[in-house]
Design a protein around this ligand. Structure first.
Ligand SMILES: [Zn+2]
Length: 310
């Protein structure tokens, strides 16, 4: 059975036909339009460009925003036009196919837990480190979304009282110390200690400088490793996962910090040395994870509606 997964991002809509093994057969992409009506039309067109040529059983949308508990409504998405729109029903009517929605980090976690780096884990957490931190949790195969569809907001766990200010209104959030943005901020702070030194603008530039052996960039990466380990210990204290998948753009540089992060994690965890440790692994699917995960959810949804298709 084939399904279509659509990653609805702030800059582009990317759809792919995906089979039951997570293989992408073909993709189609368009820029993300500015209004809600245009966005719905663009997604419908993108899906049709594929469903015209493949027999598909359903569509899954991965959305960077708050999705209702029943996965039919997008409540709010900071970089998209939808505000309390029943996206699943509107698109199902247009396409004549079943449609499910999921938060993009949750969809990525589903891809990793069903088919990727956390395959088969009963309790798996995903920590997507990019501009900020996106978190997701899969328990016994089900996405955990809390009572109102918002959990888990791991990036805004406070790790430093009165620490760096965060766009969420708080201070000292985990993602202010463990993200691409944080990497650039830490490097800039360290550079102030040596006037005249070049200042990297982005986390990617800091990672590149660390790779080339620059001592200050390496200190900034070591600081990120420490905060990653500290934060993972908090996550493990609450959820006790079997596997934590490190995803997001910063995970491309994981070889620079993952061993140190594992060490910090193993020391910071409650009952250190006397309990099994979660495996800390790097994501398998990269930036296709949300598309593959939403296609997997569409498949599971279609099978629930029409079990004879299995
Ligand atoms: Zn915050």
């Amino acid at each position: 059975m084939l399904t279509i997964g659509v990653d609805v991002g702030g800059t582009r809509v990317r759809a792919g036909v995906v089979d039951q093994h997570g293989e992408i057969l073909e993709t189609h992409r368009v820029p993300t339009p500015a209004t809600s009506a245009e966005l719905n039309a663009a997604i419908a067109d993108t899906v049709r460009a594929l469903s015209d040529r493949y027999a598909v059983a359903g569509v899954g949308l991965a959305v960077a925003g708050f999705v209702s508990e029943d996965r039919r409504v997008v409540r709010f998405a900071p970089h998209l036009a939808w505000r309390h729109v029943v996206v699943a029903d509107e698109l199902a009517d247009r396409l004549g196919l079943p449609v499910v929605l999921e938060h993009d980090a949750n969809a990525a976690a589903v891809a990793e837990q069903r088919l990727g780096a956390a395959a088969g884990a009963r309790v798996a957490a995903l920590v997507a480190i990019g501009t900020g931190i996106g978190g997701a949790l899969v328990i016994n195969g089900e996405v955990f979304r809390g009572a109102y569809g918002i959990a888990p907001e791991l990036g805004h766990l406070r790790v430093v009282p009165d620490g760096r200010p965060c766009s969420c209104g708080k201070r000292g959030c985990w993602e202010r110390y463990c993200s691409g943005t944080a990497l650039a901020a830490t490097a800039a702070e360290l550079r102030q200690e040596e006037p005249g030194a070049p200042v990297e603008q982005t986390g990617v530039e800091v990672a590149r400088a660390a790779e080339a052996g620059d001592p200050v960039a390496r200190r900034a990466v070591a600081d990120l490793a420490r905060w990653l380990g500290e934060g993972l210990a908090l996550v493990a204290d609450v959820y006790d996962p079997e596997v934590v998948v490190i995803a997001g753009g910063v995970s491309d540089s994981a070889h620079l910090f993952i061993d140190d992060a594992r060490e910090y994690y193993a020391t910071a965890i409650t009952g250190a040395g006397h309990r099994p440790l979660a495996r800390i692994v790097v994501a398998y699917y990269g930036d296709s994870a949300a598309m593959i995960g939403s296609a997997a959810l569409a498949r599971e949804h279609a099978l629930t509606e029409a079990p004879h298709l299995a």
